[in-house]
Each structure stands twice: as C-alpha cells, then as structure tokens.
Design a protein around this ligand. Structure first.
Ligand code: SF4
Length: 290
C-alpha cells in the first residue's frame, strides 16, 4: 500500500473545518458519543504497550450511541452494550495544534497527540508504538470499497501530489479492528457499569477526567481476547499506572489548549512546536521518503 502523506496528514487531524465531506463516525448503527474525528482504535496489546511506556495518559475511550436492545442507559444516553456492560474502544488522544495541511495557511485543528504540527509527520512512525490501524487504514477502506481519507482529501482539496499512489488491497491486510472476533482485542466491555454515572456525560461533553479515562483504559488492558472477561487485579494495577502517567503528550496538550484558537481559525500567534513537544520528550520526526 503506497500513500503520499507529505503535506496532508488527513488521517491524523480533524479537517471538518476544512471541508471533510461527511462524518462517518457518527452515522449508521453505532455512532460515536464523543466528537473526536478519526479516532485510531488500538488493540489490547498496543494499549498495554502504551501504558508500559508511561503513555497511558495519551489514550482515550470511545463509547457508542445505538438503538434497540443491545444498549444500556447511562447518563441519559442509550449506549451500545452487551447486557448492561457498555462496549468501548480505546484510541489516541487529540490536541488542538497549529497546522497547515493541504497547501493552505496555518489554522488550529484537533490533531493526533503524536502528530508533529510543523512537519505533519508522525512522531511514532516506524517505531514499536506505531498503531496497526494507522498502517492498515487505507487498505481496509479499499477492501470495503469505501473512499480512503486520501481520496476524500483529493476530492475536496485537489489531486496535487497524488496522495493514494496504489489502490490495490494489500495481501497481508489483517482483519478489520471492529470485525468479528474483536471482543477483548479492540472492542472491550466495561466491568462496572454502575460506577460510570457522570463519566459518560463528561465523555460526551469532551470534559472527561483522568480518572474517567483511566477506568476505561485499565479495563481494556485487563481484558482477555475473545471474551468480555476483565481481570480484577490487573485492572487495578493498570488503572494506577495510567493515573500515574505524566507523559509529554499530556503536558503538551495543556499548553496547546491554553494557546489554541477555535477549530479552523487562522493561527496568529502560537508557541513553537519544538518547545511545546520535543523539549518535553516527544521524538523528532524523520524526513519524508521520496
Ligand atoms: S499515530 Fe501517527 S499516523 Fe497514527 S494518527 Fe497519530 S500521527 Fe497519524
């Protein structure tokens, strides 16, 4: 699968203010309850590895609104569930950063915590932390005969640069993250629905607390693939580690939030990305391959 991400990063940022043609995460049978655009779902093993690396505070949960019997009601929302246990994903946190994608001027947009806003390159590409979903995303869309993000960007912002260079489905494409067999691997069930009152409302409002996020991240890390089981002891250990995490992603997020304008607003003044992220420990990015 060959893509040209230079000057784009459409997969890594929320470009709805720049004309993203639809919002597929909030359509259909299961609709994201939060307002994050293009959350990258992580596997249980990836979640554990992020927590091991002290990056548990860079992770966020996602729950879904649904209709019908497979729901449970929490904080006034019909949440997709199995029995009374809400189903959720865990993905990478976003921060509002100053970026200039698609050949335009710099604007404030929500972007993946790991995106270098200056170069529009991924800080964890080619590392052990690079999510499988980021590697396979265009291939899964091609397999489903759905537009890739590359094609959506080309449609709205022109085809200069030819972003999708190869439109064949990769032979080594793994199963989609939300397909059959995802329970306990990329889709998790929270073990304590009675303890979630207030947390779901805060997630919907974009006001989740570290404790809210840790309760979901720990449940995912303590899940067993192929089942809804959660190991109680591991849950407690993982929760404490997530709450203790103090990564550069969180520290940078605090500074970006304090400086940010509204979504899509022109950047008139912004702190330097190197000082906000790299001086706090963010890995520098590599040059683009030709
Ligand atoms: S991990 Fe990297 S490639 Fe994936 S969304 Fe974040 S910045 Fe983009």
């Amino acid at each position: 699968m060959e893509v040209n991400c230079e000057g784009c990063a459409g997969c890594c940022l929320d470009w709805r203010p720049l004309g993203a043609p639809d919002d597929r995460e909030r359509e259909g049978r299961y609709r994201a309850l939060d307002d994050t655009y293009h959350l990258v779902p992580l596997s249980r093993d990836e979640i554990r590895a992020f927590v091991d690396d002290g990056l548990g505070d860079a992770l966020v949960p996602r729950l879904f609104a649904a209709d019908g019997e497979r729901t449970t009601r929490i904080d006034g929302h019909d949440v997709a569930a199995i029995g009374d246990r809400p189903a959720f994903l865990v993905g990478l946190r976003k921060s509002t950063k100053p970026v200039a994608p698609f050949g335009g001027d710099r604007v404030w947009l929500d972007a993946c915590g790991f995106l270098d806003p200056d170069t529009l390159r991924c800080r964890i590409h080619d590392t052990d932390r690079y999510p499988e979903r980021c590697r396979t995303y265009p291939g899964h869309n091609l397999e489903l005969d759905a537009d890739t993000e590359c094609e959506r960007v080309e449609r709205v912002h022109g085809e200069s640069g030819e972003r999708l260079r190869d439109d064949t489905v990769p032979a080594d494409l793994p199963p989609p993250p939300l397909g059959q067999g995802a329970l306990g691997s990329t889709v998790f069930l929270h073990p304590d629905p009675d303890g979630l009152g207030g947390a779901v409302a805060r997630l919907v409002a974009g006001e989740s607390t570290p404790e809210d996020r840790a309760a979901f991240v720990a449940a995912a890390a303590a899940s067993a693939p192929g089942t809804g089981a959660v190991n109680d002891d591991r849950y407690e250990r993982e929760r404490e580690r997530v709450l203790a995490a103090d990564s550069w992603v969180s520290a940078a997020d605090t500074e970006w939030r304090a400086a940010a304008g509204g979504p899509g607003e022109s950047v008139t003044d912004a702190p330097d990305a190197t000082s906000v992220e790299e001086t706090r420990g963010a890995p520098p990015t590599d040059e683009w391959d030709d």
